[in-house]
Design a binder for this molecule. Sequence first.
Ligand code: GLN
Length: 276
Amino acid sequence: MIHRDCLNQTRNVLSGSNIDDASLESELLVRHVTGHSRVQLYQNLEVELPEDVWERLQQVISRRLQGEPSAYITGNREFYGLDFYVNRNVLIPRPETEHLVDKALELGRSYTRPIIADIGTGSGAIAVSLAVNLPKAEIIATDISFEALKTADINCHRHNVNDRITLLCGNLLEPLPQKADIITANLPYVKKEDIPQGSCEPRLALDGGEDGLDIIRLLCSQVENRINTGGYLLLEIGLGQKNAVVDLLKGIASVKDVEVIPDLSGIDRIVCASFR
Ligand code: GLN
């Protein structure tokens, strides 16, 4: 079968199983088994797929149909225009988190040499995107999962920012050796009962307890003496959590202002608190 027919067949099977973005995903899966770049794939559309590659494609499609995300199958996910290695120890980076990076970059650009702490870094998507786009920033990235940090380390090396990102294992802000100017955190915020059955992603990265805010509350209780005067805390939150999180932040004595930024679906997604 030629590449064009494999692509079409894969797309039809995926869309028949109600997988959104079947076109994009079929391309990712075909490229994964062939090892082609996007350009190479389109240059090879009329070329026959070798039998063993076709068989690998069938295995990969069946994993996808059983619910495994394509990012875990291929080991890759694009975030902020960069290619990240991902595996089952880390949350798959989401496009809405790019708003958090946008805001952190805007704030970071007003410092000559910002000290940034990324808490619960997972794959390191936020920390690496910030390091790549703020060449003078010093970044400390923490995670409670050592396996997640190993994944982040691979991404720091992949994007040549390992000399400016220090990875530390520990609970939230506890491992920070110094105060930060900007703290970013995409912590687990999904309500325990809302975590999808059979989710392939680590519970540790999703489970925010009964109301989803257990970990965010804990971070807020640690933040005051870990952030510099004039600094910022940026949090990602979920649907319906804005009021609770804004109240939580306004309850911190040194918080000056709180700004909320919606994502492209209009959901209040990023909360940014400035500190005096
Ligand atoms: N946005 C993710 C989801 O809805 C959750 C990410 C998180 O808990 N930080 O699955």
